[in-house]
Each structure stands twice: as structure tokens, then as C-alpha cells.
Design a protein around this ligand. Structure first.
Ligand code: FES
Length: 159
């Protein structure tokens, strides 16, 4: 997948200027970046490294340490597989592995065509339907690994 270049927004630039000399600024700025783009674009990470005089390696150290930071833009369809207790006990882990296997990506990654991302989430509030996955707000309950294919196909067909 070719790397996507994002443009630094005036709002983000002002935020960075504001935080430039304050302690804990890197994490605050990274939160703002993720809020702005939905992930941490590489070219923006490079700009931040220069603006805050922080080595790029340190930025990536922080980003990879906290799993709420994403390195890739989310897919058009975000598959959230529940790993809350009820879902986990009913095989949620197998469901997420099957999505990973079928799509050829891991959790928090996006397929090269930009169509799908996989996320592991905590209880979605519909434990009676465990194990559950939600795709862009649509609930798929009582899942078995054999259902994974048709779910992917459904959204692929929608385009
Ligand atoms: S544990 Fe999955 S919906 Fe509650």
C-alpha cells in the first residue's frame, strides 16, 4: 500500500505550538493527531519530531507502547470483535483469529485495499448474543467461525 500523505491542519499546528514547551506534550500531541486523522500518519510523525525536537524513534516508541494509537488509517469497514468475558468464553478468540486469517491482517491493522480493519473490543452490551462482532454498527451475534466468510463477503459486495 502506498503511504498516504496527510496535511497538517492549522488547528493541529496551533495545538502543537501551544504544547511545545509543556511537560507531557508528546502524548497530548499524539492524541490530538489521532483525533484529527484517526491514526498517526508517518509524515505527520516526522513533522512533530522536528517541531518538538523529539527523535522519531521516541515517537514510535510511544505510539507502539500504547495500543490505542493506530499506525494505519481505519478501513471502510471496522470489524470489532468482542473479547469481553461472555464472548471470550463462547469462542470470541477463535472468531477474531478467523477474521485475521481470512483477511490476512492482525488486530489494529487494515487490509491493503483499505476495506477492512479488525479491532478487539470489550463487552458490547449484548452478551446474550455472544460471541459478537459489530461491523460499522451492525451487530452479528451467536457467531461461529464458519460465519466469518459470509460476513466479509457481505461487506465486500456492498463495496
Ligand atoms: S461480553 Fe461480548 S457483548 Fe458482552
Amino acid at each position: 500500500m502506498s503511504e498516504q500523505l496527510e496535511t497538517m491542519t492549522p488547528e493541529l499546528k496551533a495545538f502543537i505550538d501551544d504544547w511545545k514547551n509543556k511537560p507531557g506534550n508528546l502524548i497530548m500531541v499524539l492524541h490530538k493527531v489521532q483525533q484529527t486523522y484517526g491514526y498517526i500518519p508517518r509524515n505527520i510523525a516526522i513533522e512533530i519530531s522536528e517541531m518538538l525536537s523529539v527523535p522519531l524513534a521516541k515517537i514510535y516508541g510511544v505510539v507502539t507502547f500504547y495500543n490505542f494509537f493506530k499506525l494505519q488509517k481505519a478501513g471502510k469497514y471496522i470489524i470489532q470483535v468482542c473479547l469481553g468475558t461472555a464472548c471470550y468464553l463462547r469462542g470470541g478468540d477463535d472468531i477474531i483469529k478467523e477474521f485475521e486469517r481470512k483477511l490476512g491482517i492482525g488486530v489494529n491493522a487494515t487490509t491493503p485495499d483499505g476495506m477492512f480493519s479488525i479491532e478487539a473490543v470489550r463487552c458490547l452490551g449484548c452478551c446474550g448474543l455472544a460471541p459478537v462482532a459489530v461491523v460499522n454498527g451492525e451487530v452479528h451475534g451467536k457467531l461461529e467461525t464458519k460465519n466469518v466468510d459470509s460476513i466479509i463477503e457481505k461487506y465486500r459486495t456492498l463495496g
